[in-house]
Design a protein around this ligand. Structure first.
Ligand code: NAI
Length: 390
C-alpha cells in the first residue's frame, strides 16, 4: 500500500507524539485535525516557533506537521489513513465530523481502540452509507507520553516493543499492518478481530483496577502533597490482587468465546506487561513486581485534585474511570453477560467506579457505555455474526 498522506486526529499527548514519529518513519505528508478549542492554532504556532514538534525521551523525532486545522474539509480529503489518537469518548463525534471528507476506501483507525470502537464506527459508517471505509484499531498507545510544552515538546517515558492491532474487514488488515508498523517503528502484530482487541484492552483492567486498589478504602480525608501515591509504582499486594481478579474475569470470557472466535490476543495481564515492556521491567517475576519495577511507569502519580487549603483528594473524574469504565470494563462485562459468564469481579469495580461517577453502568446507565447491546446486538449470536461479518 502506497501512502502519500496521513491525518492524525487529536491534539493531545499521543497525537503530538505520533505526528513527528510518523512523519520521520513514513516520510509522507502528515496533517492534523484538532477541532477542540484553540488547539489547532496553538499547535501550529508552537510547532513553527520550535522548528517542529519534538519528541524526547525513550523515542526521539522532530518534524513540522504539514497542515494543522480545526476544519476537517482542510485536512481529511486525500488521506490514505486517518488515525484517531483521542480519548474514546471523542471517537464518535470525530468520526461524524470527518466522514463526509473521507476518500473512497480510506483506512480509519483508533490508537488505542479501547472497547467497542468497531461497534460505534460500524454504526456511523452504516448510517452514512460509507461501507467502503475500512477500520483498524490498536490495542494500546505505543508510548507512555506527556506534553511538556504544547505544540513543541512531548516527553516519551517508555515505548512498547510490540503492539497488537486488528481491522475490519479482518481479511484486509494485512494491507495496512505493514504501514502501521513502519509508521510506529515497532512490531505491529495482527489480532484476529477488533472484538478480540476489545477484550484485550488492558487499560480497562489496569486503570480502574489500580484506582480501586488505591482509593476504595479512602475515608474522604484530604491528604498532603507528599502523600499523593505513585499510580503504578505504588501498587500493593491488595491492588495486585484486584488486577489479578479482573484479568481472570476477562480470561473467563475469553475461554467461553474461544470455540467461536480467535482470541489469542486476549492475554493475561502479567503476560501482556512482560511482552509489551521487555527490558524496561527490572523484575518481571510477579504481576506486582512487573508494575513497580517498570521504568516506563516510573514517577507517574495517581490523579488528584488540589483543594483550596492546598491538600489533595483523588480525582475520580480522571480518564482512568471516565474512559476505562464505559469504553472498557463495562464493554467486556456486557460481552461476558451475553456469553453467560460470571462477571462478579468486573461488576465489583464497575459498581464502585460508577458510584464515584454517579452512573449505574450495571443497570440504569448501561447503554451509555459502548456495549454491544446499545448497538442492537442483544444476543451472543448477534455479536458473533457482527464480528464474523467483519
Ligand atoms: P490527551 O488527554 O492528551 O488527549 C486529549 C486531547 O483529545 C485533547 O487535547 C483534544 O485534542 C482531544 N479531545 C478531547 N476531547 C475531544 C473532543 N470532544 N473532540 C475532539 N477532540 C477532543 O490524551 P492522550 O494522553 O493523548 O491519550 C489518548 C488515548 O491514549 C486515550 O485513550 C488514553 O487513555 C490512551 N493512552 C494514553 C497514554 C499516555 O501516556 N498518554 C498511555 C496509554 C494510553
Amino acid at each position: 500500500m502506497r501512502v502519500l498522506k496521513i491525518t492524525v486526529c487529536g491534539g493531545g499527548n499521543g497525537a503530538q507524539a505520533l505526528v513527528p514519529i510518523a512523519a520521520r518513519n513514513l516520510g509522507c505528508q502528515v496533517d492534523v485535525y484538532a477541532p477542540l478549542a484553540d488547539e489547532a492554532d496553538r499547535l501550529r504556532t508552537g510547532a513553527a516557533t520550535h522548528g517542529g514538534l519534538e519528541v524526547q525521551g525513550a523515542v526521539r523525532a522532530q518534524a513540522l506537521p504539514h497542515c494543522v486545522s480545526a476544519d476537517p474539509a482542510e485536512v481529511i480529503a486525500g488521506s490514505e489513513i486517518v488515525i484517531l489518537v483521542l480519548p474514546a469518548f471523542a471517537h464518535e463525534s470525530t468520526l461524524r465530523q470527518i466522514m463526509p471528507f473521507l476518500d473512497k476506501d480510506t483506512w480509519v483507525g483508533a490508537m488505542p481502540a479501547r472497547g467497542g470502537f468497531e461497534l460505534c464506527a460500524a454504526h456511523v459508517l452504516e448510517e452514512q452509507g460509507r461501507g467502503d471505509v475500512r477500520l483498524f484499531g490498536l490495542q494500546t498507545l505505543p508510548w507512555a507520553c506527556r506534553i511538556q510544552q504544547y505544540g513543541q515538546v512531548v516527553h516519551v517515558l517508555g515505548a512498547k516493543r510490540v503492539v497488537d492491532a486488528a481491522g475490519r474487514p479482518a481479511g484486509s488488515f494485512g494491507e495496512v499492518r505493514p504501514v502501521l508498523q513502519q509508521m510506529l517503528g515497532l512490531t505491529v502484530q495482527a489480532a484476529a478481530s477488533l472484538l478480540a482487541l476489545t477484550l484485550a484492552n488492558t487499560g480497562q483492567i489496569i486503570h480502574p483496577g489500580i484506582m480501586y486498589g488505591l482509593f476504595a478504602a479512602w475515608d474522604g480525608t484530604p491528604f498532603p502533597g507528599q502523600e499523593v501515591p505513585l499510580f503504578y509504582q505504588g501498587l500493593d499486594e491488595s491492588g495486585a490482587e484486584t488486577l489479578h481478579s479482573l484479568s481472570d474475569g476477562i480470561q473467563a470470557i475469553r475461554a467461553r468465546l474461544e470455540p467461536d472466535l480467535d482470541l489469542a490476543a486476549v492475554r493475561p495481564l502479567h503476560d501482556w506487561i512482560v511482552r509489551s515492556y521487555g527490558d524496561d521491567i527490572v523484575d518481571p517475576s510477579t504481576l506486582r513486581s512487573a508494575f513497580v519495577t517498570n521504568r516506563a511507569y516510573a514517577g507517574l502519580k495517581a490523579p488528584v485534585r488540589q483543594m483550596a487549603d492546598g491538600r489533595y483528594v483523588p480525582d475520580f473524574s480522571a480518564r482512568y474511570l471516565t474512559e476505562d469504565i464505559p469504553f472498557g470494563l463495562a464493554v467486556s462485562r456486557a460481552i461476558g453477560r451475553l456469553a453467560g459468564v460470571d462477571t462478579k469481579a468486573l461488576d465489583r469495580v464497575i459498581a464502585w467506579a460508577g458510584a464515584r461517577l454517579e452512573k449505574d453502568y450495571l443497570g440504569r446507565d448501561m447503554n451509555e457505555a459502548r456495549i454491544p447491546q446499545a448497538y442492537g446486538l442483544g444476543s451472543l449470536q448477534a455479536l458473533l455474526a457482527f464480528a464474523g461479518a467483519g
